[in-house]
Ligand binder design. Structure first.
Ligand SMILES: CC(C)(COP(=O)(O)OP(=O)(O)OC[C@H]1O[C@@H](n2cnc3c(N)ncnc32)[C@H](O)[C@@H]1OP(=O)(O)O)[C@@H](O)C(=O)NCCC(=O)NCCS
Length: 139
């Protein structure tokens, strides 16, 4: 499959928000906003990796590095592009970035009922940590 990976820019934000509406898991999380994505790109211009084919945005991942740990967010592939290795390629690019930054571990939050996501993470060598729970507070 001929798609390319590249870092997102400000020009991608509207297309990305619309792709996430269609393709990403959107339950149980804060809504995405133009401001939030713009802030991410300003803080870490390499963090948001896109897959594109002939100018069409087909997938995304956020490879977040906070200077301490690596976290993966917003892994999503358009429905008509699934099972073609797009997510695997995005994940490899994110892990390559983490390795270049000197990190040794990556993680992702996955909803318990997201079988689609869990299949991908399992197939990509990730395993579930059952002895941890996320604690959170809205601020
Ligand atoms: C999960 C998602 C990102 C996978 O994207 P994708 O590009 O289709 O994944 P890949 O083609 O790289 O698949 C890699 C492997 O994951 C597993 N996998 C992916 N989708 C699967 C499915 N529907 N059923 C079973 N296994 C699946 C397979 O082992 C697959 O390898 P194979 O095709 O050689 O069997 C995509 O389905 C998606 O966007 N889902 C909605 C958003 C979402 O849930 N994101 C994850 C949030 S935690």
């Amino acid at each position: 499959m001929s798609f390319v990976l590249r870092a997102a820019t400000i020009d991608d934000v509207d297309g990305l928000l619309s792709m996430w509406q269609e393709a990403a898991g959107n339950a149980g999380r804060p809504a995405d906003t133009r401001q939030a994505v713009t802030t991410l790109l300003g803080r870490d211009p390499e963090a948001l990796i896109l897959a594109e084919q002939d100018g069409e945005l087909i997938g995304s991942i956020i490879a977040g590095w906070d200077g301490w740990r690596c976290h993966l967010y917003r892994l999503a592939v358009r429905p008509d592009w699934r099972r073609k290795g797009v997510a695997s390629a995005l994940l490899r690019a994110a892990e390559d970035r983490f390795k270049c930054l000197g990190a040794s571990r990556a993680d992702a939050m996955v909803l318990d009922d997201n079988d689609l996501g869990q299949n991908l993470w399992r197939a990509s060598g990730y395993s579930r940590q059952d002895d941890w729970r996320r604690w959170m507070k809205t601020i």
